[in-house]
Write a protein that binds this ligand. Structure first.
Ligand code: F6P
Length: 367
C-alpha cells in the first residue's frame, strides 16, 4: 500500500523543544497505518536543493530525541522558496521565487501535507504557500514568546530558566565585589525573557523594549539600592531595549538571504550611559546570547512541544490546513495563519508582570 506522506521541516532560529515536536508528530503518525513522515533538511532547502535532502522519519530515528536541544532536521534563517538567494554572473546576489518549482517537487514526492515548525517569518511563508494551494499546517516556535496567537511558545521557559540561573550566578560575584552587573538577554522587540528572569532572579532593574529607559533614573535607583545595604546591583536588559530618545542597538543583516536585523550589545550602550550619568560603582557586562537557545529543553517545554506535535498531526488528519497550532490555556487549538501572523506579542503595560516587578521594587528604568 502506498502511504500518504506528511513532510516536516524546522525553519528560523533553533529553539529547545523542536525535537520533541518532531518526535510527537512521528509517534502519532505511527498509530495510523496509511501515513508516513518525511523531513526536509534545513527548512525548505532540503526540498529545493539538488539533489534533494529528504529523510524518512520513523520511531527508531526519533527515539530519545525529546530531550535533545536544536533540531535533528537542521534549520536556516536564510532564503526560503519565495526569496532564494542567487549569485549573479557579476558576483552580486539577487533573489528568485522558486515556490512553484517547490510545489511541483512536493507533488512529485507524494507529499499530501506539510508541517512547518517555525517563528513568525516561517508562518508568513506558510500562509503564502497555503494561498498557492499547499496543504500546510504551522507549529509556532521561538524562545522570544513574541507570537500573539499563542499564550506560550515552547523554548521560552527554557530560555527563562537559563537566564534566571545566570542571574543567580551573577549575584554571588556581584555581591563579592560590590559591583553592578548588567545582563543582556534575547527576546527581539519583546521583553518577556527579561521580565520573567528579572522577577525570578530578584534583579534590581529590568529594562524591556516596551518601556523606554532613562539612564539617570536607573542610576538613582541603583544608588538607593546600594544605600539600603545591598552593596551591589543586578540589571537585566532585553536586547531590543531603547532609551527615552528611542536609541537602541540594531544592525542590518549582512548575511546573504537573511532579512532579519541583528540585535545585541545594548548592554554595553547602557554601561556607557550609566558611566556618563556618573554611577560611582564598577560595572561589568554579560551578554548571554545563544546560550539561551542551547541545551536540553526543560520539562515544561518538552510537554508543550509534545502537545503541539500531536495536535499538528491531528490537524493533518482533520484537513485543518492554513492554520497554526496555538496554546490557549488549558487547550491546544488551531488558528488561521492570517490571525497568527497579524499581531506582535509585546508586553502590555497593564500586564500583571509589570505590576509584579514594580511591587517587588524592581525599577523598569522609567521612574
Ligand atoms: O528569535 C530568536 C532569537 O534568538 C532572538 O532572540 C535573537 O535576536 C535572534 O534569534 C538571533 O538570531 P541569530 O541566531 O540568527 O543570530
Amino acid at each position: 500500500m502506498n502511504k500518504k506522506r506528511v513532510l516536516v521541516l524546522t525553519g528560523g532560529g533553533d529553539c529547545p523543544g523542536l525535537n520533541a515536536v518532531i518526535r510527537a508528530i512521528v509517534k502519532r503518525a505511527e498509530n495510523e497505518d496509511d501515513w508516513e513522515v518525511i523531513g526536509s533538511i534545513r527548512s525548505f532547502d532540503g526540498i529545493l536543493n539538488e539533489p534533494s535532502e529528504i529523510v524518512v522519519l520513523n520511531d527508531t530515528i526519533v527515539s530519545g530525541i525529546h530531550f535533545r536541544g536544536g533540531t535533528i532536521l537542521g534549520t536556516t534563517t536564510k532564503g526560503g522558496p519565495f526569496a532564494w538567494p542567487i549569485k549573479d554572473n557579476d558576483g552580486n546576489w539577487s533573489e528568485a521565487d522558486r515556490s512553484d518549482e517547490m510545489l511541483r517537487k512536493l507533488q512529485y514526492l507524494g507529499v499530501e501535507a506539510v508541517i512547518n515548525i517555525g517563528g513568525d517569518g516561517s508562518q508568513k511563508i506558510s500562509q503564502l504557500l497555503y494561498e498557492k494551494g499547499l496543504n500546510v499546517i504551522g507549529v509556532p516556535k521561538t524562545i522570544d514568546n513574541d507570537l500573539s496567537a499563542t499564550d506560550l511558545t515552547f523554548g521560552f521557559q527554557t530560555a527563562v530558566q537559563i537566564a534566571t540561573e545566570s542571574v543567580d550566578k551573577l549575584v554571588t560575584t556581584a555581591a563579592s565585589h560590590s559591583r553592578v552587573m548588567i545582563m543582556e538577554v534575547m527576546g527581539r522587540e519583546a521583553g518577556w525573557i527579561a521580565l520573567h528572569s528579572a522577577i525570578a532572579g530578584g534583579a534590581d532593574v529590568c529594562i524591556i523594549p516596551e518601556i523606554p529607559y532613562d539612564p539617570a533614573l536607573v542610576v538613582k535607583h541603583i544608588k538607593k539600592r546600594y544605600k539600603q545595604g545591598g552593596g551591589f546591583a543586578i540589571i537585566v536588559i532585553a536586547e531590543g531595549a531603547k532609551n527615552v530618545h528611542g536609541e537602541g542597538v540594531k544592525k542590518n543583516s549582512v548575511e546573504i538571504g537573511n532579512p532579519n536585523s541583528r540585535l545585541g550589545g545594548v548592554a554595553y550602550k547602557l554601561e556607557n550611559e550609566l558611566k556618563q550619568a556618573e554611577l560611582p560603582f564598577d560595572i561589568r557586562v554579560t551578554v548571554l546570547g545563544h546560550l539561551q537557545r542551547g541545551g536540553v529543553p526543560i520539562a515544561y517545554d518538552r510537554v508543550l512541544a509534545s502537545q503541539f506535535g500531536i495536535k499538528a498531526f491531528e490537524m493533518v488528519l482533520n484537513k485543518e490546513f492554513g492554520k497554526m497550532v496555538a496554546f490557549r490555556q488549558p487547550d491546544v487549538i488551531s488558528v488561521p495563519f492570517t490571525e497568527a501572523i497579524s499581531q506582535y506579542n509585546y508586553v502590555k503595560h497593564d500586564n500583571y508582570l509589570i505590576n509584579t516587578a514594580r511591587g517587588l521594587g524592581i525599577s523598569l528604568g522609567d521612574e
